[in-house]
Ligand binder design. Sequence first.
Ligand SMILES: Cc1cc2nc3c(=O)[nH]c(=O)nc-3n(C[C@H](O)[C@H](O)[C@H](O)COP(=O)(O)OP(=O)(O)OC[C@H]3O[C@@H](n4cnc5c(N)ncnc54)[C@H](O)[C@@H]3O)c2cc1C
Length: 421
Amino acid sequence: MAAPPTASTRSADEELRDVQETSCCVVGGGPAGAMLSLLLARRGIPVTLLEMHKDFDREFRGDTIHPSTLEILDQIGLADKLHEIPHTKISGPTLKFADGTFRPFDLGRLKTRFPYILLVPQVHFLEFITREAAKCPSFKLVMHANVNRLLEESGTIRGVHYLAPDGPHEIRAPLTVGADGRFSVLRRLAGFEPIKTSPPMDVLWFRLPKLPNEPEIVGGAFGGIGGGRIFILLERNEYWQAAMVFPKGQYHQLHSAGVEAVRKSIAAIEPRFAPHAESLTDWHQLTLLSVESSRCPVWHKPGLLLIGDAAHVMSPVGGVGINYAIQDAVVAANVLSARLKSGRVSDADLAEVQRQREWPTRFVQSAQSFLQKRIIAGALNTAEAGNAPWQLRLFAKIPFVRDIPPRLIAFGPRRVRLREV
Ligand SMILES: Cc1cc2nc3c(=O)[nH]c(=O)nc-3n(C[C@H](O)[C@H](O)[C@H](O)COP(=O)(O)OP(=O)(O)OC[C@H]3O[C@@H](n4cnc5c(N)ncnc54)[C@H](O)[C@@H]3O)c2cc1C
């Protein structure tokens, strides 16, 4: 007997199952889309969130919730509740150089209720946000909804067409938001072309087990350099989240050398973690993040707005991708809520969202690019661990200047707050 058709095998030309209406159709249930949906739904705005996967549990994509996001959740009374989910905290990394260890910044110095990055599995974070949104009657979540077409009338986007396991559907809305990530389908369908830069590195992510008598990692995170690699550890409750940064273009070389080479690199850079590295026995335990940094010159057209990774992919330096996606969502909610309530969203409103979010994005991408070229590329091109770069040591000593990096990482160049309407 033939297998029943799935969302991906059904034809887009099949008869429509239904056509629904909403005020805002959000495509993509990642941090940007989930957060925007929650903020709009709390304001009583009809919003439908379409997510192509059947659940929120998928490959590792970062678990960092920055002070900026925690402050926003605090504004809507959800920060304490989020802290009830098992988590760990990072206040700043300890970096190991030939001349000793060094902490380039300490979030603990920031004036905020949340002077740390909260590490919560992204699946739990997204379930938490969508569960809260579901308490609002104007919110609708459709899982397994694979958006494959924009509905366009006279140059304006009027909604989307999607495939679900039961067949094709349409949703019509005055505003469609593309929050569908770095490989955004909506961006492609709308004809937007991102400007890409190629950072000099790629990253392998993996887990290492917790063992008895664990070494203490001050600040909850560790980074060490050696043999043209950077080894990173983030403390989690039941395991270590680990990463190996290596020069772009070397993935095939690394893959052919096998997990044993990764184990050797870890043991050479941080011998205290050589026993943990023994748990790496199969290449499938490693996830590749092909590092990219990109930004669309235009994030909107009539009826359509891109936010989060769909509009700009951030380099992993500083781990700000989730934070920036959420800040886009907050600004979109600030600028567009009243318009959505009145049923009229103009292209100028969408341009205002881009205006408020583009310059902080450009600013941080430039800072990331500087660090990649001046410090990370240098570390990846030397066989031996060097001393801590003088720029880092200088930054950490000057009283006013030393608070700039933690502020930028925690909040970006502009603190985003939720405006009540
Ligand atoms: C391996 C890895 C590690 C990372 N580590 C970190 C980190 O430590 N800290 C950090 O801040 N950032 C990290 N990032 C980046 C971070 O994941 C992104 O910046 C962030 O998730 C962007 O959020 P978003 O909502 O814009 O997009 P995404 O999180 O990518 O969400 C997009 C959503 O859209 C859905 N979707 C896509 N196409 C369709 C479609 N056609 N129809 C319906 N739904 C669709 C996807 O299934 C997905 O759920 C990491 C990324 C990777 C890949």
